[in-house]
Ligand binder design. Structure first.
Ligand SMILES: Nc1nc2c(c(=O)[nH]1)N[C@H]1C(S)=C(S)[C@@H](COP(=O)(O)OP(=O)(O)OC[C@H]3O[C@@H](n4cnc5c(=O)[nH]c(N)nc54)[C@H](O)[C@@H]3O)O[C@H]1N2
Ligand SMILES: Nc1nc2c(c(=O)[nH]1)N[C@H]1C(S)=C(S)[C@@H](COP(=O)(O)OP(=O)(O)OC[C@H]3O[C@@H](n4cnc5c(=O)[nH]c(N)nc54)[C@H](O)[C@@H]3O)O[C@H]1N2
Ligand SMILES: [Mo]
Length: 766
């Protein structure tokens, strides 16, 4: 018998490295190479017939919503396909013809599987039958759906308080699944609904809510086409939102000016070859960014402050730079901000940014003259201690320029998961919304709990400290996505039961509570049929548009169940069919869910009907300058402090980022073509000076450590890569570097882990 080994949270690094290749970064995003990658991934995983069928329906009005990012589709999708290379990889990943069943888990124990890398685990294919890991066992075995629902119900009933259970959501779930889940969790009696957005755009939600009265962006896709300036800060669209490049290309064709603010000169922003037009295919492509400001990590506040201070000096001369009419009528805090600028020294601000004076002045010159300005951002702004304040500082820029609530201008937090925004809109949240609770009472006929629940960080702590003991996940990979991998592993290990509704195998299935369940479900691309009826689901894009999604492929197996049906059956079993909500009927008939969504969730109306075709927009107050919900009915201009890192002499700043071959914790491949890296993920991008200071050579193997509150955390075995990154800054991939991110350091007020500004030291591996 094989020796019993500890389940590995896999961050010790490989015993033997792959053959790493490091070339010049690819200078053009997409183009023919992008098409080749698309075909390579889909044909290999799904075969030619399914690939073609799926690729032609993805994001089409009668097809399914791309399971990758949340970038919206244009009103008239391209007939040759409205997807990108990474959307195709996401599709191939979920629609793969490789499957794993109970026999697979009989062959391999959870310990053995945990020795494999995340890339290897994902490659095994789709989970196709419900599985249980019984207490003391090291093998998953098959379990009937009904037994699984009874096991969960029994554990939930056995807790001293419903607050000892945690219900996580990852943003790939549909509005229907998320709504039913949120209702079940509340009917059970807790608001413990941590969400992947807590680790993602929570800082955006908090900052936008308090400045503009809505936690979502204000722009629509069409706004990009004639914007005069688009600022792209802390975002890598070439990899993470490739379809956004088509919108930027249109903007440029119409004379728009694009400013990238990013420590790295990311490929998609430098040059883009649109595979959907001739120019892109023939090779000339389009330069996207007109100006790149290579800001130091988390020094966006000093940078924006300096730009605003200089704009204010210009405005003082003739009052034409800022939109004074707008400021007077719609905002509050303008004079305090102008006064506050006096307390900052220009030289000091400039030194913090790391950007040249000349480039900053170039940005000032452009912004002084233009008024149609959009600011886009993603994780480069949200995942810092002062993430909320950083976003507020960018909002100040838009407010001073009157660039809110008019065409071709506004805020654009570019969302991550394809339905993360919809999940929140239909009620996935750990805090209490009193209006929502009132509507639940009225239309669902039960009393929802009124005590605030816990978010991701608080959930990790609660499980770690034994205050919660059932962990239930609607999708995602909590172990690898959350910060402080060792701490999170311990937290999950402490649970009595962990349950995962999943499509693919990941490490959260292997590092579990005493008992564990895997409940396999459909992917977006699959046909969801019940009693001969083809069911559809709805999603909300990053810009607040609700649209239908209908899968086209044969499901991976007849033993998997749709997410709403899993939740409906669980509700039915838990309440023994004795509850004001008919859980089972709702799980089976999504029309019943949508009727309730229309009544309970804010802004939804006639969803079944209106979500057809192009779909419909949810109301958005910032789009029409309605700030009545804010103090004095005005948009808020805010005062934001400079970051204070207290970096020690031997410390460097690390940002944990995505490669071109991954979707969050799902690793599609080992290359990061746009950054020139092939066949290895355990690498750290460094400035040559920082390497020389430490006597490090290219490809040398190092260990990384972070020390917070006297505790040293380690991530082992990374190869050093010399890279074009400002001195003092480093970058490495997530999730390999998550062991370095301390669980108790997060953004003020949004609790988003500080994944983009981790102070590290580098030690040579001996
Ligand atoms: N193919 C693919 N698509 C995805 C995902 C994926 O993993 N793969 N993930 C999805 C999800 S959930 C999300 S949230 C998004 C993530 O989308 P992104 O936010 O684009 O993803 P990251 O790789 O985290 O990149 C952050 C970017 O911010 C920059 N940055 C880091 N720190 C700073 C800073 O302090 N200031 C500035 N100005 N820039 C900084 C980095 O150099 C990097 O370019 O993408 C979504 N789409
Ligand atoms: N250090 C560091 N940590 C980070 C980040 C970072 O930039 N740096 N980014 C953070 C961000 S922005 C996010 S959003 C989180 C992501 O956190 P999560 O959303 O928890 O993680 P994912 O990797 O997207 O989850 C992948 C798993 O979801 C399951 N899945 C896929 N599709 C479906 C589906 O349709 N239904 C169901 N039920 N399951 C499905 C599969 O089993 C797959 O293994 O990670 C965060 N963690
Ligand atoms: Mo995200």
């Amino acid at each position: 018998m094989k020796k019993k080994i500890e389940r590995n949270v896999n961050h010790r690094g490989p015993v033997k490295f792959q053959e790493l290749e490091f070339k010049d970064p690819v200078t053009h995003a997409a183009g023919k190479l992008g098409i080749r990658e698309t075909v390579k991934h889909t044909f290999k995983e799904m075969g030619v017939v399914d690939s073609m069928r799926a690729l032609f329906t993805i994001n089409q009005q009668d097809g399914f919503d791309c399971p990758s990012c949340a970038w919206p589709d244009p009103e008239h999708p391209s007939k040759i396909g409205e997807y990108c290379e990474n959307g195709a990889k996401a599709l191939a990943d979920e629609a793969t013809h490789s499957h794993i069943d109970a026999a697979f888990f009989q062959k391999y124990s959870v310990e053995e599987l945990s020795e494999l890398s995340d890339f290897q685990l994902n490659k095994f294919g789709r989970l196709i039958e419900p599985l249980v890991l019984r207490e003391g066992s090291i093998h998953y075995e098959s379990i009937s759906w009904q037994d699984a629902f009874e096991l969960i119900s029994e554990e939930l009933r056995g807790l001293d308080s419903p607050n000892e259970a945690i219900f996580y959501t990852s943003g790939r779930s549909s509005n229907e699944a998320a709504f039913l889940y949120g209702m079940f969790v509340r009917a059970y009696g807790t608001n413990n609904m941590p969400d992947c957005s807590n680790m993602c755009h929570e800082s955006s939600g908090v900052a936008l809510d308090e400045t503009l009265g809505i936690g979502k962006g204000s722009t629509k896709l069409e706004d990009f086409y004639e914007a005069e300036v688009v600022i792209i800060a802390g975002q890598n669209p070439g990899t993470n939102h490739p379809r956004m490049l088509s919108a930027l290309e249109k903007c440029k064709e119409n004379g728009g000016y694009i400013i990238a603010i990013n420590p790295l000169e990311e490929t998609g922003l430098v040059n883009f070859k649109n595979p959907k037009n001739i120019k892109g295919l023939l090779g000339s492509g389009e330069d996207i960014a007109d100006l790149h400001l290579a800001v130091n990590i988390n020094q966006d506040i000093p940078l924006v402050k300096l730009i605003l201070k200089r704009l204010a000096e210009k405005d003082a001369l003739d009052h034409t730079v800022f939109d004074h009419e707008f400021l007077e009528e719609y905002t509050q805090g303008y004079s305090e901000l102008i006064e506050d600028f006096k307390s900052f020294d220009e030289k000091e601000l400039l030194a913090l940014t790391g950007v040249s004076n000349e480039k900053i002045n170039q940005a000032v010159e452009v912004l002084a003259k233009k008024t149609k300005i959009i600011v886009c951002w993603a994780m480069g702004l949200t995942q810092h201690k002062n993430g909320v304040e950083t976003i507020r500082e960018y909002v100040n820029l838009l407010l001073l320029k009157g660039a809110i609530g008019k065409e071709n201008a506004g805020t654009c937090p570019v969302r991550g998961h394809s339905n993360v925004q919809g999940d929140r809109s239909v009620g996935i949240m750990h805090f209490v919304d009193e209006d929502l609770n009132e509507r639940i009472k009225k239309h669902m006929n039960f009393d929802p709990p009124t005590e605030k629940g816990i978010d991701v960080v608080e959930s990790m702590e609660a499980m770690h400290d034994g205050k919660a003991s059932v962990f239930f996940a609607l999708g995602g990979n909590f172990l690898m996505a959350a910060s402080d991998t060792d701490y999170t592993a311990q937290a999950l290990n402490n649970c009595k039961l962990t349950v995962q509704i999943s499509t693919k195998l990941n490490r959260s299935h292997l590092v579990t509570g005493k008992k564990a369940l895997i409940l396999p479900t459909f992917g977006r691309s699959e046909k969801d049929e019940k009693n001969g009826n083809l069911r559809f689901l709805t999603m909300e894009s990053s810009m607040g548009r609700i649209r239908q999604s209908k899968g086209v492929l044969k499901p991976a197996s007849s033993s998997i169940m749709s997410e709403p049906e899993i939740i409906g059956n669980l509700g039915h079993t838990f309440f023994n069919g004795n509850h004001p909500v008919d859980w089972k009927a709702m799980g089976e008939d999504y029309e019943l869910i949508r009727e309730k969504i229309d009544l309970v969730a804010k802004g939804f109306e006639k969803t079944s009907e209106r979500s057809k075709g192009f779909g419909y927009y949810l109301p958005n107050n910032a789009r029409h300058r309605d700030f009545s919900m804010l103090p004095n009915g005005k948009a808020q201009i805010t005062l934001n402090k400079l970051p204070d890192h207290q970096l020690q002499e031997d410390e460097l700043m690390l940002m944990t980022i995505r490669s071109h071959d991954q979707f969050n914790t799902t690793i599609y491949g080992l290359d990061d073509r746009y950054r020139g890296v092939y066949n290895e993920r355990r690498v750290i991008f460094m400035n040559q000076q920082d390497m020389e200071k430490r006597g490090l050579k290219k490809f040398e193997i190092v260990n990384l450590s972070s020390t917070y509150d006297g505790k040293k955390r380690m991530a082992y075995k990374f190869k050093v890569l010399p890279y074009n990154i400002p001195a003092g800054n480093t970058a490495a991939y997530f999730p390999e570097t998550n062991p370095l991110v301390p669980y108790n350091h997060f953004a003020e007020r949004s609790n988003t882990p500080i994944s983009k500004s981790v102070k590290i030291r580098i030690e040579k591996e001996i």
